[in-house]
Design a binder for this molecule. Structure first.
Ligand SMILES: [Zn+2]
Length: 446
């Protein structure tokens, strides 16, 4: 059993509580004491504000290698995609492990305790499976374990290079022969869940998965009670392709395929028609917003407020890992809405923090996580309040100060399953995260 004394802790209320003691046994919070006696000698003191660990609900770890490089020479979403394919071509299980471990270590330093890895680089160049057909997924799982964070591997079905078009070039690595082959491979992988790993299904997008195959993936997720994620209407061209091929918007196609519902997450949901918003809301489908990627790629600003009002719980993700900072993702949901509507205050700070914690975890199949309460996994992040960015905060606006002004650099301590992963801003398992990133990125870009 271990004890932690939080200077401040957010227990889900409108303001944080002062002087909270968390007791942990076997990786689980067993007690939350808001009026504890003086700390005993073995109590770890956590100065600053402690919140439940952050859930990064949508990541492609290898995109981290594109940071900065993809900004040279301009281009569009589609030229960015060509650069991304070039990096994908250079991955193998060892390189992917190194790159993902370093990327997940960067996430841990930013307060992320659970990542949803939307995984589609499955096979060897040209498409031949590795001897272990899940070697790449296994590399990602090992990377998360060694970086000290939880992972939900969202194994993506990817069958076409566009409606009715075969996969070609770099895309061959992404594809299984058909949805049944995807299910067979994913079934094998899902058998290896651990205390830090869970599995989910993903439909890459309606660009890459025809409706019948999407229905099979959706049925697999239902029967396994697994999360189901899909990219949805990120670019207008996706809608146009869907309308041309199927006479329906992507949300309609996926709705008809049985892919919507409370276990499902639509990633981006940027370019939606009003009936799409109603459809997602009525089915309580979660929407994962990735504002730093959406602005980086010029996707647009999605109808986040309308989706929330329609009934969609929101989550956030770093997606392309153009930056890794969940505070920035969460506040951008509000700030983008302000720009789009020229009006302030669409969400309370606690709503956005819930998106980055409890809702994100639930979307990844960890509904018990994302809370500081007895019975929850002992996963949390402590933000130091003494940096020039955060200094001077009033006690009654600590949550707002952190949400609107903190950066990943303000994260001081991170605990996952009761075990410290970051202390004083230092990763305890990956001693030099910057060097690990430099090395592993060089290996896939030179
Ligand atoms: Zn994505």
């Amino acid at each position: 059993m271990s004890r932690y004394r939080c200077e401040w802790a957010w227990l889900g209320d409108d303001a944080p509580a002062a002087g909270v003691e968390l007791t942990v046994a076997d990786g689980i919070i067993t007690a939350v004491d808001t009026a504890p006696a003086g700390p005993s000698a073995d109590t770890t003191v956590l100065p600053g504000l402690t919140l439940p660990g952050l859930a990064n609900a949508h990541s492609h770890a290898f995109h981290r290698a594109l940071r900065g490089r993809s900004e040279r020479g301009g281009g569009t979403f589609w030229t960015w995609r060509d650069q991304m394919y070039a990096v994908a071509e250079r991955l193998d299980p060892d390189r992917y492990y190194e790159l993902a471990r370093a990327t997940y270590a960067e996430m841990a330093l930013a307060g992320v305790t659970c990542v949803g890895e939307f995984h589609y680089v499955h096979h060897q160049r040209g498409g031949r499976p590795y001897q272990d057909p899940n070697a790449m997924g296994a590399a990602l799982i090992a990377a998360a374990a060694d970086a000290g964070i939880r992972v939900t591997l969202l194994d993506a079905c990817y069958l076409e290079g566009g409606p009715g078009r075969p996969l070609e070039g770099p895309q061959l690595r992404f594809g299984d022969a058909d949805a049944a082959a995807w299910a067979e491979r994913t079934e094998q992988a899902a058998g290896s869940a651990t205390s830090h790993t869970r599995f989910g299904a993903a439909i890459h997008s309606v660009r890459a998965v025809p409706p019948k195959a999407a229905a099979l993936v959706a049925a697999w997720a239902q029967s396994h009670r697994a999360p189901l994620h899909f990219h949805l209407s990120e670019q207008p061209a996706e809608n146009e392709a869907s309308l041309a091929a199927y006479g329906a918007t992507p949300a309609q196609v996926l709705g008809d395929a049985g892919a919507l519902g409370p276990h499902a997450s639509a990633v981006h949901a940027t370019h939606l028609e009003p009936p799409d918003i109603e459809r997602l809301g009525a089915t309580r489908t979660r929407v994962c917003l990735c504002p730093t990627t959406e602005r980086d790629l010029g996707d647009g600003i999605g109808p986040a407020r309308a989706l929330a009002q329609a009934g969609c719980p929101l989550t956030v993700g770093t997606d392309s890992n153009a930056m890794i900072d969940l505070w920035e993702e969460a506040r951008a949901v509000e700030l983008d809405e302000r720009l789009a509507r020229r009006q302030r205050s669409h969400w309370r700070a606690t709503d956005l923090l819930t998106a980055a914690t409890a809702e994100g975890h639930a979307s990844l199949g960890w509904p018990e996580a994302g809370y500081l309460r007895p019975g929850a996994p002992a996963d949390w992040v402590t933000v130091g309040l003494d940096s020039p960015r955060l200094a001077g905060a009033d006690r009654d606006c600590l949550l707002e100060t952190v949400l609107f002004a903190a950066t990943a650099a303000d994260v001081a301590d991170v605990v996952v399953a009761g075990t410290p992963v970051v202390r004083g801003g230092q990763h305890l398992r990956v001693p030099d995260v910057a060097a690990a990133l430099t090395r592993s990125i060089a290996a896939v870009t030179r």
